[in-house]
Design a protein around this ligand. Structure first.
Ligand code: SF4
Length: 484
């Protein structure tokens, strides 16, 4: 699960991004109660924070970027690695001071750490008043009332239905051009290293009509790109009949189940000027039908995030990834054959999983060479309590070996990113302008269909506009271009 507001789930050793919070940057100037919310981790969490903000807006809360004058402080947390939880505990320590100064302020922990620890969090962190899991955000208003009566509020019930389909998210930290749309929740895979199935529950897909409605509203409000979010978007599946035994959803006169390829097409048909991206794909479920649907629609971006995690079949089996190296390579070949060499491919890689040998580590490096990834999110294996791996395997790769292997994977990726970007020099790409370049006020930035950042001189263009840029130079992270 990974990239936008961007590359949240990045290299642990290099940037520790996942421990970096995204805070609300915009004050809403109503006189109501003030909400301060920080979001950590993956895009799903950012999308959830927008849903939480919408639910609380209905209770009269407005957002503030300063926790000093907030009535309600919420941390939407990640539990994917030990370090992510450490960051939250440090942050709570920080808010303890606020609580001492203003005992009436309410402090709440949301998201995966809340779901994993439940009431234990209230015992361990005395300043916390609220613990609410990812499926219980509708209960926030009544839980807050409980805390106003001096009690602690907790709800970590995991649902089999909840998709928040009827709630219009309040866009936080938005550039007004790109937005996330969550299309499903939970995950039915049981990768042995992963806490997500325990913190986000079983898979359920959202009603496609509500997704199309949200995409249409965003387009009408000037947004020009949506990213369809799910832990494993390829297993998206919706059928009206299955949901509530009513008449099947009509499409092209045949009654049909809406799978991910069909949903992609429905969203692409909202408007040809609305770009469509999606994350995250699963190698065992990505179909040729999805690839041909991408090929058919110019506005479905030519980029796939396809986490491999390892390049060795024995390690993949221990990870319970349900595919082996050959299967993964076959999927990559299909992507290259159907969508061409310019299709951007990125991955997640774990270094130093239980019992991984030096040779098996080199299989990961050789897979990276074979695929030629444009970029990757790379981590050391972090044992998570309650996961299959924690129960079955010894975390026997030493921290030094993990660190060295991770650095080798990072070096390999930087080498490949440069090779892939150099291929683009001289080419012309359609770029959606997202805003000013971080590096220079005279330059703008946007991304091409392959999800690469392109920087170019600002000659009076507007964000949200499409331009054609000829690539003149590159770094391993960025393409430099001129508008043609
Ligand atoms: S696919 Fe695997 S790694 Fe991804 S969220 Fe599901 S269990 Fe976790």
């Amino acid at each position: 699960m990974a990239n936008l507001i961007a590359n949240i789930d990045l290299v642990e050793e290099v940037k520790v991004e996942e421990n970096c919070a995204i805070r609300v940057s915009k004050e809403t100037d109503a006189a109501g109660k003030k909400l301060y919310i920080e979001s950590y981790g993956c895009q799903m969490n950012f999308s959830d924070s927008e849903i939480v903000t919408s639910i609380l807006a209905g209770e009269g809360y407005t957002t503030t970027s300063s926790f000093e004058n907030a009535d309600l402080i919420l941390l939407n947390t990640c539990s994917i690695r030990e370090k992510a939880e450490h960051t939250i505990r440090n942050r709570l320590g920080h808010f303890n001071g606020v609580k001492k100064k203003r005992p009436e302020v309410t402090i709440g922990v949301l998201g995966c750490m809340a779901e994993r620890l439940k009431s234990k969090l209230l015992e361990e962190e005395k300043m916390v008043d609220l613990v609410v899991g990812p499926d219980a955000y509708r209960d926030l208003p009544s839980l807050i009332k409980i805390t106003e009566e001096g009690e602690k509020g907790i709800n970590t019930f995991l649902s089999r239905e909840e998709t928040y389909a009827d709630i219009s998210p309040v866009r936080l930290n938005s550039n007004g051009v790109t937005a996330f749309i969550s299309i499903m929740r939970g995950c039915d895979n049981m990768c042995s290293f992963c806490v997500v199935p325990f913190t986000r529950g079983r898979e359920r897909s959202r009603d496609p009509q509500s997704i199309i409605r949200e995409a249409t509203e965003l387009f009408e409000n000037g947004y020009r790109e949506v990213t369809l979010l799910g832990q494993n978007v390829d297993s998206y599946k919706w059928s009206e009949e299955e949901e509530n035994n009513k008449a099947r959803l009509e499409r092209n006169g045949d009654s049909e189940i809406i799978n991910f390829a069909a949903l992609l097409e429905l969203v692409a048909n909202v408007d040809p000027n609305l770009r469509v991206r999606f994350s995250t794909s699963h190698p065992k479920d990505i179909t040729d039908e999805v690839l041909y649907t991408m090929k058919k629609h110019e506005n479905i971006c030519n980029y796939i995030h396809l986490p491999a995690q390892s390049g060795n079949s024995r390690v993949l089996e221990m990870m319970n990834r349900t595919y082996d190296r050959e299967w993964y390579v076959n999927r990559v070949d299909a992507i290259r054959n159907i969508l061409g060499e310019d299709c951007g491919i990125s991955s997640d890689m774990i270094a130093g999983f239980c019992t991984e040998s030096e040779e098996e580590h080199r299989d990961t490096l050789s897979l990276m060479d074979y695929v030629q990834y444009d970029f990757s999110y790379m981590f050391v294996y972090s044992e998570r309590p309650g996961t299959l791996a924690a129960k079955k395997y010894k975390d026997d790769t030493s921290p030094d070996v993990k660190k060295r292997r991770l650095q080798e994977i990072i070096n390999k990726q930087q080498e490949l990113s440069m090779i892939r970007n150099k291929r683009d020099v001289g080419k012309i790409f359609k770029v959606l302008i997202e805003g000013r370049s971080k590096k220079s006020v005279d330059q703008l930035q946007g991304r091409n269909s392959a999800n690469k950042v392109v920087i170019f001189n600002d000659n009076g263009y507007e964000k949200g506009q499409y331009i054609n840029a000829k690539i003149t130079d590159c770094t391993s992270a960025t393409l430099l271009g001129e508008v043609v």
